[in-house]
Ligand binder design. Sequence first.
Ligand SMILES: Cc1ncc(C[n+]2csc(CCOP(=O)(O)OP(=O)(O)O)c2C)c(N)n1
Ligand SMILES: CC(=O)[C@@H](O)[C@H](O)COP(=O)(O)O
Ligand SMILES: [Mg+2]
Length: 634
Amino acid sequence: MLLSPQSYPAPLLDTINSPADIRSLSLDELNRLAGEIREIIVKTVSRNGGHLAPSLGVVELTLALHSVFDTPNDKLIWDVGHQSYAHKIITGRREIFSTLRQYKGISGFPKFKESEYDAFETGHSSTSISAALGITLAKHYKNSSNRAIAVIGDGSMTAGIAFEGLNQAGHLDKDLIVILNDNEMSISPNVGALSSFLSRKLSGKTMRRVKDHLVEKLQISDVGENILNILRKSEESFKSFFTPGMLFEAFKFDYIGPIDGHNIADLKETLETVRDNAQGPVLIHVLTQKGKGYEPAEKNPDIFHGLGPFDISSGKPHKTKDGPVTYTQVFGDTMVRLAEKDEKIVAISAAMVSGTGLTTFAKKFPDRLFDVGISEQHAVTFAAGLATEGIKPVVAIYSSFFQRAVDQIIHDICLPNLPVTLAIDRGGVVGDDGPSHHGVFDFSFLRYIPNLVIMAPKDEEELRHMLFTATQHNGPAAVRYPRGGGQNVNLSKHLQKLETGRGELLLEGEDLLLLPIGNRVYPALEAAEGLKKVGISAAVINPRFLKPLDEALICSWADKCGRVVTIEDNARQGGFGSAVLELLSRKGLYGIRTCNLGHPDFFVEHGPQKTLWKNSRIDPPSIIRAAIKLMNRN
Ligand SMILES: Cc1ncc(C[n+]2csc(CCOP(=O)(O)OP(=O)(O)O)c2C)c(N)n1
Ligand SMILES: CC(=O)[C@@H](O)[C@H](O)COP(=O)(O)O
Ligand SMILES: [Mg+2]
């Protein structure tokens, strides 16, 4: 259902149908427009949830970019895309902005199908420079003078792929424009050497060491003597010698900045100068404030990075019914408990400490928590290195972001058979973030890797045992669990080591075997109840392990019942269902009728998880329907 557009009074914005309309506005009008846009963003996100602080931080930048450049002919690429709300509002989506992140409404990220102004689809970070470079090259071949502009945050700049893009861009020397939107924040405060370099916080000690070194080197030539004289003037002038510009100039970019990202006049002037004069790649360093213009978000940009509905006047989240504890929380609590008992356990996060539930762990064990920035590939190989020295790393990353690190999982962890635990959060559909963030491919891309043990808990209690089991396992092990609340089950006092490759029979039955995995186990039990009412007796097995499968248990019950329905919150292709089909075929159980339920072979859109489970026919009524159909098939 498409929500009806909701209008908020915005007299100036009402006159804007496309970016062409803002190009003739005065500075004063542009500033007023920024205020109206901010109000709409705050009101809409307060109702729908979304990425508030990132979008509030770039309102002026968005207006300046669309004023100066000839969009959509010039291509604007928003890295991650979570900050693109102002862009959406002024590129023809003001009327439907109220449907932001709603089922069948507009996406929270740039989408080709939504607008010709969305020049590249994003969601996962740090792709903008590579994409903009590709577009720049293509324009060059077509003899077009249009430009590509990548807008990338300081957090996203920490990923390797961003530097791979810079590296090639510097070499190709084409007219690429990169805007570095520096708010000193990733989701949490940005981390790593790059972030200190950007904010020029070179410590006094480092400064002195480098200075001494340079003084020694520079004394050997006349040119050096001149530079040395300048450096000698004061510590301050020495400091200014080391600007973030040096880094980008080493990549053969012209560096401009830093400039105030909330001053539209300065922004426009700089962008116009670059547009009209620059040759070769240019990086414009823009300083912005995350959450700008809405006090609660300015004060707590991490909380307002991405959030659910909230009350505008207090900034407090709307009260929801007390739900079950989330899998993420249970993971975080269990990590603390495991770390208390075993000092070899360390946790690794790729810029998602709070999202993965590791905040308490970070407070209790600051030396054993490594936030490596947005660098999933590095996170995995870093863990492999630790493991070679007897440390027990647990790498906690969302399923969809693990996609970045498949080679590292294969080559650096599984091939050498290293004891690293992969904590795969957000497995299955995640809801409102949509297709870029759904974790529906991990069973498929992990299952074929030798040595890797893969578990998926039916509830939050089983998650604890699986995590314990994984950290005890002498080889690589993955535990995959979903976004959101658990099953509200009691949590036992003791953690249990599960037998590798052993599933559990939850329900005996005669007609049909329901084989769900992970978060589909309880829906399958519910379906079994429903089937009972229509006279069908279904057995239910919780396999616990996707790899190794409990072959004996599955085969004996499949054989007994003669019919099997597999159910997973994963793509149907290559996942758990495929594993079961391969097993039955390998064991010569050719006569068994099967049906595999999972996500179909297209990208599942955004929407509430329940709706998406229903659409993909992995909810209890759909399982019942599939079972009845299988029963009636000859
Ligand atoms: C590959 C990948 N890893 C993690 C994320 C989760 N994520 C989304 S935004 C974000 C922080 C980005 O920081 P920055 O680029 O500085 O943008 P800001 O939110 O500060 O505007 C992170 C870690 C992601 N989208 N993609
Ligand atoms: C934009 C992005 O990638 C993250 O901010 C993501 O939206 C977080 O998702 P969760 O809400 O599931 O933590
Ligand atoms: Mg940032």
